[in-house]
Design a protein around this ligand. Sequence first.
Ligand SMILES: C[S@@+](CC[C@H](N)C(=O)[O-])C[C@H]1O[C@@H](n2cnc3c(N)ncnc32)[C@H](O)[C@@H]1O
Length: 485
Amino acid sequence: MTRMPAVQQDQLLDLRIERLSYGGEGVGRHDGFVVFVPRSVPGERVRARVLRRKRQYATAELEEVLEAAPDRVEPPCPYYARCGGCQLQHLSYAAQLANKQAEVAEALEKIGGLENLPLRPIIGAQETLGYRNKMVFHLMRRAGAVSLSLVGRSAGGGAVARGGRGKAPYQTNRQQIAIDACAILDARANALIPALNAALTRMLGDGPDTPPHESFGHLMLRLGVGTGHPMAMLGVAVPELAAAEQRQRWQPLIAALPEGASIWFNVMRRPWDEHFGRDSHHIHGPQTMRESVRGLSYELLPETFFQTNTRQAGLLMDLVVQWLNPRPDDLILDLYAGCGGLSLPLAQRCAAVLGVESAYSAILDGQMNARRNGLLNCSFRSGLAEKMLRKLWAEGLKASLVVLDPPRSGCHPKVIELLPRFPARELLYVSCSPPTLARDLKALAALGYEVIEVQPLDLFPQTYHVECLVRLRPGPALLHPPTGG
Ligand SMILES: C[S@@+](CC[C@H](N)C(=O)[O-])C[C@H]1O[C@@H](n2cnc3c(N)ncnc32)[C@H](O)[C@@H]1O
């Protein structure tokens, strides 16, 4: 006899929400079968419609809150129900923080197998809205008018929209939402959106070479929070726009942005590509955008990583310096250094910092930033950390402190494996992904490192993301590092 599946497509369920998943979706159960309900709150009773059923779980759309939890608040953004950018706007900020704290503890325990760690209470943000210094919009064209848009929640694929590879949002189950303003973007950047929409309509609304697709490219808007300096990079699959004789076509965009804005063009390969391509051309204004944090000045090329929350990035810098507490004779190895976000404040307090970074634009920016700030003791090496580390060890580099600030995917296993060869008295791991952090801490613990303290920090209010700082020390097993190759 075949058993009926626990839930079926389109079924209406009455669920009690037990907790939030990593990703910010409420988790309930129907006859023991796990159902994810975006925009629901632990403790609530909700009515939800099943959108997609998998073998182990289902995703459902919130239809009605039958019993609201006290943590529920009115989302500040009118697009929240449809947009995929934020996941926690319906939760009070205190509940968002409590959830992030629990998320970190759970990842460390379940994935890392690390119990009773000295986990400090999360540090929240002063500004829970209008904090982002960068946004990548999709370009949407309807009836000849171009508007900046964000990608919505997927209809049935979970709260965070992910399109199929190589498909435009409209080819997948995602919607595009034209927006007037984004609640978590800096107000000065939001103020530019109407003029940008008008300029892009003039430039590309009915251009003979504009791709015929509704969704046909991106606009990255970036703004130095400490300087007010804007940068825009337009990405469309119209290679002709790079030609010198086409410069006149850029006039509307140049006029829509404040004097001195940095403007770039990225030649996308296909109109529906998810990301910018590799071919970027400088069009107007200075090549870099200026940002200033804690008295340090940063110049950024469009592709260079910088923390998207400048004010909290300042706090992160303070904590990194405070925790590492460098001595004047320290040599600090900063792996995944970007353009020197952490290298520069550290270089102000030690003998030398060596940053290792794989993105060429970040290396160029890092070198320039070190010079601009008079920090000639800060240098950068270009390459993958997992390869460069072996090279540095062969060259005999003696780092007394090491910083690791990898992307969301965490550290390459080779990096972890090679770390004991450097006689550092402390490691500082900065992470934006609790699951990969926990995985890497487990590997570091197996090598003999001891976790001294963990500090979660909210750099991303209204979203499920959370930053974490972890301080590690070599334990007794590492007192005599291996000397073989
Ligand atoms: C989270 S960011 C940290 C940047 C910097 N620490 C800061 O605070 O601005 C991670 C950086 O690692 C770089 N990256 C990614 N994979 C890498 C790898 N395998 N080796 C070296 N750098 C890498 C990225 O280009 C990015 O600049």
